[in-house]
Design a binder for this molecule. Structure first.
Ligand code: 13P
Ligand code: SF4
Length: 353
């Protein structure tokens, strides 16, 4: 291999030379030029399981966003190194809650309730490791969009209330499916006293929803669903659970990334879809299922900008480093944070989804 080689050739060379010492994980929202090198592709739950289950590889390259690579590093066995090609690839949803603000909310709630008896904190996997550790320490769990219902049902079996962060939409959509009335799921706005609630609201709440959102999924609008149905009355509209409740209510159904992929794979030829999730994935589904008609729900492209940061070149820089004996951009999580987060992640992995 030499510096003039194409990124493709450099990555292939590293894969050949390192064999099963190297595993590349790729989230479904990655660019095509990256995902084709992934040994395992999946949604965040599957990749968390793949990372935890891989006992051979010394090096795990995680192509996704930062919280995913951090989760893989927390679940990795001692001696495994998780490398992250684009340190700037953060999830804007995950950045909407931080430990200080969540701890301050917990203290405010503590003035009204007996928090350790009354509330289970549950964080969406799209969150910093410190928040996962907070949940681990306070008897809570992590969830993904694939197992949110299972985890929220588990939480309700532990204590009467759940504090869910940072994605309000996943929490609300899941709560509605569990039959919880909307008025029992008040929003917690971290910029306001008591999250913008009065004491009565808090006392009757079943799930408190942190005011966070994913800009990619929140862009899908009720008008898009109506327009898709008007254009083709037989269209099947499927959206991700990070979309708003108004969009989910109008869609035929909603689910996780994995649910959407499974549904398309199982559909008969000729099925027409309008899908409300990340653009790279919808384009790939359309290409892989030419016998179906698969469209993005919105008229304009809707890619996750940070998922798109990882390129073949940035992956090749990491594999070049490994061939020189260098670990570029390793993910490091302080031990105390990793221990707390691991508790919460293991609770999640034990819940049936
Ligand atoms: P999944 O859990 O469906 O992979 O979702 C992760 C994500 O970031 C969705 O926007
Ligand atoms: Fe985060 Fe949304 Fe991008 Fe998923 S699609 S990584 S939630 S910003």
């Amino acid at each position: 291999m030499n510096a003039q080689d194409t990124p493709e050739r450099r990555i292939q060379t590293a894969k050949e030379r390192l064999g099963n010492q190297l595993v590349i994980l790729g989230h479904h929202y990655q660019r095509d030029e990256v995902i084709r090198f992934a040994d395992f592709r999946g949604d965040s739950l599957k990749l968390a399981r793949d990372a935890a289950g891989n006992r051979d590889a010394k090096f795990i390259i995680f192509c996704g966003v930062h919280f995913m690579a951090e989760t893989a590093a927390i679940l990795a066995r001692p001696g495994q190194v998780v490398l992250f090609p684009e340190p700037e690839a953060l999830c804007p949803l995950a950045e909407q809650a931080d430990l200080l603000t969540v701890e301050s909310a917990w203290r405010e709630l503590g003035a009204i309730l007996e928090v350790e008896r009354d509330i289970v904190p549950v964080t969406y996997v799209n969150s910093e490791a410190t928040l996962k550790a907070f949940c681990g320490i306070h008897g809570g769990s992590v969830c993904t969009s694939s197992n949110a219902r299972g985890v929220l049902e588990w939480a309700r079996g532990q204590r009467p209330k759940t504090f869910f962060f940072p994605d309000q939409h996943l929490g609300r959509n899941t709560g509605v499916r569990m039959g919880i009335p909307l008025e029992r799921m008040p929003l917690w706005d971290p910029r306001q006293d008591l999250g913008g609630n009065d004491r009565e609201n808090i006392k009757t709440a079943e799930i408190l929803l942190w005011k966070g959102w994913c800009y990619v999924h929140q862009r899908f609008l009720p008008a898009h669903v109506l327009a898709a149905r008007k254009a083709h009355p037989a269209v099947r509209v499927w959206v991700h659970l990070e979309c708003t409740q108004e969009v989910v209510r109008l869609a035929d159904d909603a689910g996780s990334t994995a649910d959407i992929i499974r549904l398309v794979e199982d559909a008969p030829a000729g099925t027409r879809w309008a899908i409300g999730t990340e653009g790279n994935l919808v384009k790939r589904l359309a290409r892989e299922h030419p016998d179906q008609e698969i469209h993005l729900l919105s008229p304009t492209p809707n890619n996750c900008m940070t998922m798109n940061k990882t390129t073949m070149e940035s992956l090749a820089r990491i594999t070049d480093g490994l061939l020189r004996g260098e670990c570029i951009h390793p993910i490091q999580v302080p031990q105390d944070v990793a221990e707390g987060a691991r508790m919460a992640l293991h609770r999640m992995l034990e819940v049936r989804s």
